[in-house]
Design a protein around this ligand. Structure first.
Ligand code: NAG
Ligand code: NAG
Ligand code: NAG
Ligand code: NAG
Length: 454
């Protein structure tokens, strides 16, 4: 055989798909995992153009129809890269990450830039806050003094979402957090699991970081509501949400990020309370059911959409699932021996199908099939990146007293412009197109149609 270089092939107009180009990794070697993660991260960044002229910093191309990604997914990506940095020590993306995060804080320093009002869900805002918290917990470089600080950004979002104007005033779902922020957006009457689970997770983490029980009390109250409403049922299934007035029309679609967000939040509560039995029970319940529902053959699978059509939102859930299970194993060490072998087996399958794209190592979404499915995307890369980072040991999340340096402001977000005023300024276009428009598509393939009960 004559050896030809890639550039020569390209010069001849031939696609370079060398058979050896697949992502390869030895999952017993931390060095090998780091190397593979670096490649997956590099390929992930090919989907980001916010550092190029004419593009908006912080976000992935979108929202539809301008590109397939909603605003929240940019925020989620920076969190995934911060976790990658924490677990590998690779600081290559520090500048791009800081610039991106700070560009999207908005005029009120609360991750609600006016551009994105038309689809602003409490969950969308929370995903950016969660990445800011990850920055504080992993010792990510603090912004300059005149810029908003990571901890205070998370506090601003939590305080705003605690406010009654984001919540149901009375009735069966009293104090539930709404999906959408603005009354003019579709979904304002949907009280969904992800919005409440994000709030719960932020509260648990703020409590642990700042050692302030106000946050953990509000977090615990949130978990109680979700159990009472049956969003988390007695068998630890985690459903998607329900509508006003009663929150009884439960949409039984199950998505892994809902369960994983609750599991990781419960692990923070368990750790913060020095091992309270109630939180151990909740972790055990959620973990057992998560393994049954989302790892049917030991490999990550999204049962509510993968047999049909997962959208770009859903195509990023596996990364959250693996990262937050890894975090659970660390904060609630009694789960370690159960969780880590599952992550390892699942990631092996995830890596095996990374044979796509123009370098022959981009990942697809269908891990259980063992073959690249022909479609690349930021979510697909984030999934394998999250799986690989979850396998690497790292220091536990910092707190205010164990080395965390991020400065907080307990009153952040308390004095911002009210929702009504802001809604008048921006006008909602009623797109209702946030993170879980998703559900409409899921409804078509499985479970229960969101549209039919809306
Ligand atoms: C808002 O949109 C404008 C117009 O596209 C853009 O120039 C600006 O950078 C955006 N701001 C944010 C925070 O996304
Ligand atoms: C909390 O997390 C730390 C770090 O992983 C761990 O050493 C400690 O044992 C955990 N606490 C409990 C009660 O398990
Ligand atoms: C910890 O929190 C206290 C009270 O908010 C604050 O005064 C102190 O500066 C914080 N410590 C560090 C290391 O940030
Ligand atoms: C604890 O958090 C609450 C809620 O933000 C705040 O009002 C209170 O001042 C905080 N307590 C301390 C001691 O910082």
């Amino acid at each position: 055989m004559v050896r030809v270089s890639k550039s020569l092939l390209a010069g001849l107009g031939l696609a370079a798909y060398p058979a050896h180009a697949a992502l390869t990794v030895n999952l017993d070697s931390p060095e090998s995992i780091k190397q593979a993660a670096a490649q997956v991260a590099e390929d992930l960044l090919t989907f980001y153009h916010g550092d190029e002229p004419g593009w908006v910093p912080g976000i992935l191309p979108g929202p539809p129809p301008d590109g397939e990604y909603y605003w929240w997914q940019g925020g989620a990506m920076w969190g995934a890269l911060m976790d990658y940095r924490h677990h590998t020590g690779d600081k290559s993306y520090d500048d791009i990450t800081s610039t991106a995060m700070l560009f999207q804080v908005g005029d009120d320093r609360d991750f609600m830039p006016r551009n994105w009002s038309a689809s602003m869900g409490n969950d969308d805002q929370a995903f950016w806050a969660l990445s800011a918290l990850t920055a504080a917990e992993t010792g990510f470089t603090d912004p300059a003094a005149e810029e908003p600080q990571w901890l205070s950004l998370a506090q601003a979002v939590f305080n705003e979402q605690t406010h009654e104007d984001r919540r149901v005033p009375s009735g069966n779902c009293e104090w539930g957090l709404r999906w959408q922020v603005f009354p003019s957006n579709n979904g304002y009457d949907y009280i969904n699991t992800i919005a409440n689970a994000c709030y719960f997770n932020i509260g648990a983490r703020l409590a642990r970081y700042t050692n302030n029980n106000t946050y953990s009390d509000l977090a615990a109250r949130t978990f109680d509501i979700m159990e009472r409403l049956g969003y988390v049922d007695k068998d630890w299934n985690v459903y998607d949400g329900a509508h006003l007035p009663d929150c009884t029309d439960i949409n039984k679609a199950q998505f892994s990020y809902n369960a994983a967000m609750l599991m990781q939040g419960a692990a923070f509560m368990y750790n913060y309370t020095d091992g309270e039995q109630m939180w151990a029970d909740r972790i055990n319940g959620l973990l057992t059911r998560t393994l049954a529902v989302f790892f049917p053959d030991g490999v990550a699978f999204e049962p509510s959409c993968e047999p049909g059509n997962c959208n770009a939102d859903m195509r990023s859930f596996k990364g959250f699932l693996h990262r937050w299970m890894g975090s659970t194993a660390q904060l609630a060490p009694f789960t370690y021996d159960t969780i880590m072998p599952v992550i390892k087996k699942s990631v092996a399958a995830g890596v095996a199908q990374c044979t796509g794209g123009d370098n022959g190592r981009f990942c697809g979404f269908h891990w259980t099939t063992g073959v690249f499915d022909g479609r690349t995307g930021a979510g697909q890369q984030m999934n394998v990146l999250g799986g690989l980072t979850a396998l690497l040991a790292a220091n536990p999340p910092l707190t205010n007293t164990t080395g965390g340096t991020s400065l907080g402001d307990p009153n952040a977000g308390s004095d911002r412009t009210t929702i009504t005023q802001l809604a008048e300024i921006t006008g909602g276009d009623k797109a209702g197109a946030g993170i879980l428009t998703a559900i409409m598509i899921a409804g078509a393939v499985g479970a229960f149609s969101w549209m039919s009960i809306d």
